[in-house]
Design a protein around this ligand. Structure first.
Ligand SMILES: Nc1ncnc2c1ncn2[C@@H]1O[C@H](COP(=O)(O)OP(=O)(O)O)[C@@H](O)[C@H]1O
Ligand SMILES: [Mg+2]
Length: 401
């Protein structure tokens, strides 16, 4: 039987053929790229805050708060800054270390400090000490090594919510106590929402609030630059394997860099699975709708529709217009039903289906235009033609048995 595909060849081909991606790892959420478009001001402000560490090390303990919503580049920017200031320190003969702890994973000040110690290869007993003692321990190790340490407490909101005041006091004021000649430990606190800091007791809040660097949501142009940089400089995707319009399309949908990069990766996977040599706007549209948190809900809703409701939805999607009058929908529905060999349902039934679809959110009610009742189709539904088609085919097959 010659027409059958050789499965081994198919597997081999699919393993080798990689027309879209070149360095896929450059799209990983933890990847730190060389450039950070749109974050020049924030990097400059961080540097200015830490200037003393290079010119007058040990004179003060620096403490900076970085604040911004999800996907505004806080983590990547701080990690990059840590990397670079360590490097510059080395060039100037100042031993600077950098640790980055995620407070969602290390949920007390004590556990966060244990993680810091682990990252900089200091062995500390992980029981029997208080957070204060652990801090002192860390400090003494640094003293011995003549080193300075910058700790980034990422997702610090979690620690604020759960820590006793003494622990927060430790982070804000440890060096206020006598007995520390050199100030060796410095902080960057990364938070989502400044109002969380407002919940801290007044006596230490001001300390946290001294240096605040804000990370506003990206503009669509900045998102475009970020994506472009991942492609052109980081080589995540082969040159010419994405249409510029497709990239623009993604950039227009998001102000969150994480989601935008995720959408780019998904669009690449979709193009790849279709065997397309290039990511087009169609692929990015699909990716964006699949990433929509509503997508799964709508998918299930569609799968619960009965055959004629699906045929009606197919008719609506085939008409491919933003708003439609019910008369036009009904006409098209009749055609679609007849084409698949089904007897169209009566007008009242069709009306009822439309009412139900509005309730399910598959259609949106619109203003009456003259005497006709019109509905509109949400964008996310318009991207689900394939799902509807597939579901119809399943139902028709089921009917055969
Ligand atoms: N200015 C930027 N340039 C390049 N990549 C960025 C930039 N900002 C964010 N990213 C990328 O977007 C994703 C989310 O960034 P992240 O730093 O985790 O955001 P946040 O910590 O604010 O939620 C990461 O993959 C990161 O590499
Ligand atoms: Mg983060």
């Amino acid at each position: 039987m010659k027409f059958l595909v050789n499965i081994k060849d198919l597997v081999k081909e699919s393993l080798e053929q990689n027309m879209i991606f070149e360095r896929k790892e450059a799209l990983d959420p933890d990847y730190v790229p060389a450039n950070l478009p749109g974050r020049e001001r924030q990097i400059k402000e961080l540097s200015i805050n830490f200037r003393d560490l290079l010119t007058n090390a040990g004179s003060t303990s620096v403490s900076v708060v970085v604040v911004g919503k999800h996907g505004t580049g806080k983590t990547v920017t701080v990690r990059k800054f840590g990397e670079i200031i360590t490097e510059i320190g080395k060039e100037r003969g100042i031993k600077i270390m950098f640790a980055h702890v995620n407070c969602r994973k290390h949920r007390t000040v004590f556990l966060a400090l244990v993680e810091v110690a682990r990252q900089i290869n200091i062995i500390v007993p992980n029981r029997g000490l208080s957070a204060q003692e652990l801090f002192r321990n860390l400090h003494e190790h640094l003293e011995k090594r003549k080193a300075y340490l910058i700790v980034a407490f990422d997702e610090f909101d979690y620690l604020i919510a759960t820590s006793p005041i003494e622990d927060l006091y430790l982070l804000a004021r440890a060096y206020d106590e006598a007995g520390f000649a050199e100030k060796r430990i410095h902080y960057i606190f990364i938070i989502r929402d400044l109002s969380n800091i407002m919940k801290i007791d007044r006596s230490i809040r001001d300390q946290f609030m001294k240096n605040v660097i804000d990370f506003p949501p990206y503009t669509h142009e900045e998102i475009y630059q970020i994506l472009k940089d991942r492609i052109v400089n980081e080589k995540a995707i082969r040159e010419n394997a994405i249409e510029d319009e497709a990239l623009r399309y993604i950039a227009e949908q998001y102000d969150d860099a994480r989601l935008a990069i995720e959408a780019l990766e998904l669009a690449g996977k979709i193009a790849e699975s279709e065997g397309a040599p290039i990511i087009t706007v169609e692929h990015t549209k699909k990716a964006v709708s699949q990433l929509n948190p509503e997508y799964d809900v709508i998918l299930r809703t569609i799968k619960d529709l009965d055959l004629h409701q699906l045929l009606l939805l197919k008719a609506i999607l085939e008409l491919d217009q933003k708003t439609l009058s019910i008369d036009v929908i009904e006409n098209e529905y009749r055609n679609v039903a007849i084409r698949v060999g089904e007897r169209p349902r009566k007008h009242t039934q069709v009306y009822d289906y439309i009412r139900k679809m509005k309730m399910l959110g598959l259609l949106l009610p619109e203003q009456r235009k003259g005497r006709a009742t019109v509905v509109s189709v949400p964008d996310i539904i318009r991207e689900m033609k394939n799902v509807v088609e597939e579901e119809i085919q399943n139902r028709l097959k089921e009917k055969e048995y």
